[in-house]
Structures are given as C-alpha cells and as structure tokens.
Design a protein around this ligand. Structure first.
Ligand code: GAP
Length: 443
C-alpha cells in the first residue's frame, strides 16, 4: 500500500507544492524546490511565525544575518569541535551511515540487499559545509556555511542592545537558510542538507532561566497547536543529560508522531551563558549587563526555541491530509484541511463555464477582491469541469471557492463553497468581501 509520505510526495509534484531539485538531470537526492503553491505555503508559515512572535509582542526584535561568517565564530561557538555525528562504515559494501541507523536496523547494515554485520569503529564526522571565499582555492580560503542562525544573533549582541534599547528579558528572532552535511537524509523534506530555520534567542537573568525555559516550551506548543495540528500527534521529550548539545543546560523537544516514528519537530534549549561567555572571551568583549538596583553585573542566559520551516511545513501537510468518501457521488476526495492562516490559496474564483459574460463578471470579482489586498492569494480558474476544479482546490487546501453561474448575472449573487463541510451558501456581491474575511477568520 502507498505510504502517506509517498502520497504527499506525488501530490506535491502534481499540484506544485514541492519538486525534486535538478529533476530534469536525474535529481539531486534529498534536495527539494518549492513550486508555486508550496512557495506560498512556506511564505505563509514564515509570515505567521514572524507576526506571532515579532509583530504581536514588544519584547522581540528582528535580525537578518549572513550565511557566511569568520571561521572564528564557529571555532568559538564549539561547532568546529563538536558539531558532528558518529559515522559508521560497513566493512562489506562500504556504505556510510549515522550510528543510530544501526540501532534501528538491529545491527545489520541498513543498506538494501546488504546483510553484513561487521563495521569499522564509529568516527566523528563534522556536519558543517565548507566552501572557499575569493578566487583562490586553498586551505586559508576555506569558510563554513552556517549550520544554525543563532550565532549571528550572539555575535551581534552588543550591536542589538545598543540600537534596540531593549532591556532583559528580550528576544531576537531570525529566519534563514542553514546548511548541514547530514550523513543520513530522507523522508521527503524531514531531513535535508539545506533548510530554513526560525529561531529566537531570548535573553534572561540567570535566576529566571528555568521559568522562561518552561514558558517557551508552553508557548511553542501553543503556537504549533494554533495551526490546527492534532494534539494527539504532539508530545514533549526532555533530553537526558548525556544527550545534550555542547552548549545546552537543558533541552526539550516537541516531537511529532511521523508515519515512521516519533521524531523532533522543534527544540527548546536553555543555552545558559555559554555562547555570550565564549564570544566575549574570544573577542575580548564584555557582554555583561549592569543591573542598577543591585549594582551587580551578570551575563544573560538565553532560552532558544528553534524550529525548521520545512519540518513544520511537512507536519502541516501530514496533519491536513485526508481521504474522504463523498456520499453524494460515492467517490473519494483528497482534501488538505490546512489552517486558512497558512493556506497557499485563500479563495478560488470558479465561473461555471467559459461563457464570456461569466468570465467578465468573474474577472471583475477577482480584481475587486485583489484590490483590497487583505485576502492573500486569490486564484482564477475556468478550465475543466467544476467538479475537477473543486478537486484541485481541495487538494491544495483552499478553504473557500466562489462559483459564478448564470443566475449571478441576474441576481448579483455568487455561491461560496466551504472546503471542509462542502456546504454552499449564496451571497450578495455587496457583502462578498466581508463574508470571505469573516469565514476565513471563523474557519
Ligand atoms: N540553534 C539550535 C539548533 O540548531 P537543532 O535542534 O539542531 O537546533 C533546530 O535544529 C530545528 O531545525 C529542529 O528542531 C528541526 O525542526 C530543524 N532541523 C534540524 N536538522 C534538520 C535537517 N537536516 N533538515 C530539516 N530540518 C532540520
């Protein structure tokens, strides 16, 4: 039977969510491009996150730092030394994989058709990508692509404090591309070598760090639930002491029940003052804060909620994917019950036929709605039968479709169809915009 990941991969290609990168040349493994519909979904997810954390609060400011930095940044942050995974090589087929793959395959080489059970000793493999800066390719021109956005925030700490006038507690948010030379990739966009991250570094007094750590775990969970994700598919998992990253005093993952197993969706870490201390020592800077009432200095601790855009997008697709029996025609429809907050297309305008008068009225309705600028993407489609067009909109998760028929030419009314209930209501054109806004809000 086709797995849900296979179904989503094929729906993504068919409807323009996600394409295999370099497909026309055979495809670059585990590398994906977002198509016209997927790019809208991804942007909506980032905008929703940004609005929620940066625009709707007064204690979080923005940053957009570079992918490239001096190597000193990664030496000081500990990534050169510690950002590695244990790599194992099969003595028979020479395949290389992460050592945890062996636990899952119960000690047998996980490569298809290889049944070998002896391997070289694990060795640490650093996952940072390297490139060369400038026209000369040499050891001294080697530079890393960032594996997280967080360091851009730490090395700009002084600049941000001086320009934003924020007082502790406050946070810095950043969305951006990161690169990791993962040993094992796969499961569609779950683990890739190039992906986007949404991170906040929230600076607090050391004695308040436990309180804020718990607060960020809770509000991160609430944020994910606000995208209509099924609560029973989410759980918290606190890392054991010995599994913590080199910078962490405590980490909790929000895990999602993926089709293959529970796995990390988001990490919330208490990084203590590790990063600010390391950079202040290495750059001979003083990042401590003077507290007037107690006349004392302290280096802030930082709480870090960090989530991959692509992984969040994957769970919105997995959670929204439904195949339903339609009683009226005994067919099965595939429908993505995405939250309208992030739906790639909010409204589709579908004239019943290609009749010129219907087209003219429908295009005018689209122009009027587009000119309001507050509904997001509004599609116009007059090709194929109305049933097929509804099916396409269901598959890309469009919450509302507007049908314009011959009666519309007489009575100035159109039909709004709800994606989830498939109920239809007739609405006067004068109140169409306000009705759509209300229906999307109440969805
Ligand atoms: N600055 C903290 C940090 O980098 P992380 O747990 O390594 O933490 C944060 O990564 C998030 O990025 C993860 O929770 C996950 O959502 C996403 N992520 C990590 N590795 C990924 C990969 N190879 N492909 C896609 N997303 C990934």
């Amino acid at each position: 039977m086709e797995s849900i990941i296979d179904k989503l991969t094929s729906l993504s290609k068919r409807r323009g969510f996600i394409f295999q990168n370099s497909e026309i040349y055979g495809g670059l493994a585990s590398t994906w491009d977002y198509g016209p519909i997927g790019a809208e979904l991804k942007k909506n997810i980032k905008d929703y996150w940004w609005n929620h954390y940066v625009h709707m609060r007064d204690d979080i400011v923005a940053l957009d730092s570079s992918i490239l930095s001096l190597n000193k940044v990664w030496e000081t942050s500990g990534h050169v030394q510690n950002f590695s995974d244990p790599l194992i090589e099969c003595k028979d087929c020479n395949a290389r994989f992460r050592s945890d793959a062996l636990e899952i395959s119960k000690g047998v080489c996980p490569t298809l058709k290889c049944s070998n059970t002896s391997f070289d000793d694990p060795r640490e493999f650093n996952m940072m990508f390297k490139t060369n800066i400038g026209p000369v390719v040499s050891d001294s021109s080697e530079i890393y692509l960032r594996p997280e956005t967080a360091q851009g925030i730490f090395v700009n700490f002084e600049n941000i404090i001086n320009t934003s006038r924020k007082k502790i507690p406050f946070g810095v948010a950043q969305i951006g591309k990161v690169f990791r030379n993962e040993i094992t990739t796969g499961n569609f966009i779950f683990r890739t070598r190039e992906f986007e991250m949404m991170e906040i570094e929230y600076f607090v007094k050391p004695q308040d760090s436990e309180k804020y750590y718990k607060e960020w775990i809770n509000n991160s969970m609430e944020f994910i639930l606000s995208l209509n994700i099924d609560k029973s598919n989410l759980r918290l998992r606190e890392h054991e002491q010995e599994d913590l990253s080199h910078y962490s005093k405590g980490t909790t993952d929000i895990e999602y029940k993926f089709p293959w197993s529970w796995a990390e969706l988001q990490g919330i870490a208490n990084r203590g003052s590790f990063d600010l201390d390391s950079h202040s020592k290495s750059a001979s800077k003083n990042f401590s804060i003077f507290e007037e009432p107690t006349k004392t200095r302290y280096t802030p601790y930082v709480i870090e909620p960090s989530i991959g855009v692509d992984r969040l997008l994957l769970i919105t697709l997995l959670d929204a994917y439904n195949e339903e029996k339609v009683e009226s025609n005994n067919e099965t429809r595939t429908v993505l019950k995405l939250s309208p907050k992030i739906s790639p297309v909010k409204v589709a305008i579908l004239p019943l036929s290609k009749d010129q008068k219907l087209s003219e009225l429908s295009k005018k309705i689209q122009r009027d709605l587009l000119s309001k600028g507050d509904l997001g993407k509004i599609e116009y489609d007059e090709t194929q039968s109305i049933g097929r067009r509804y099916r396409r909109q269901d598959e890309i998760g469009t919450p509302l479709c507007i049908t314009i028929d011959f009666d519309s030419l007489e009575d100035n009314k159109v039909t709004i169809r709800n994606r989830d209930t498939m109920l239809q209501e007739r609405v006067n054109l004068d109140s169409l915009h306000s009705t759509l806004i209300k229906e999307i809000k109440d969805y």
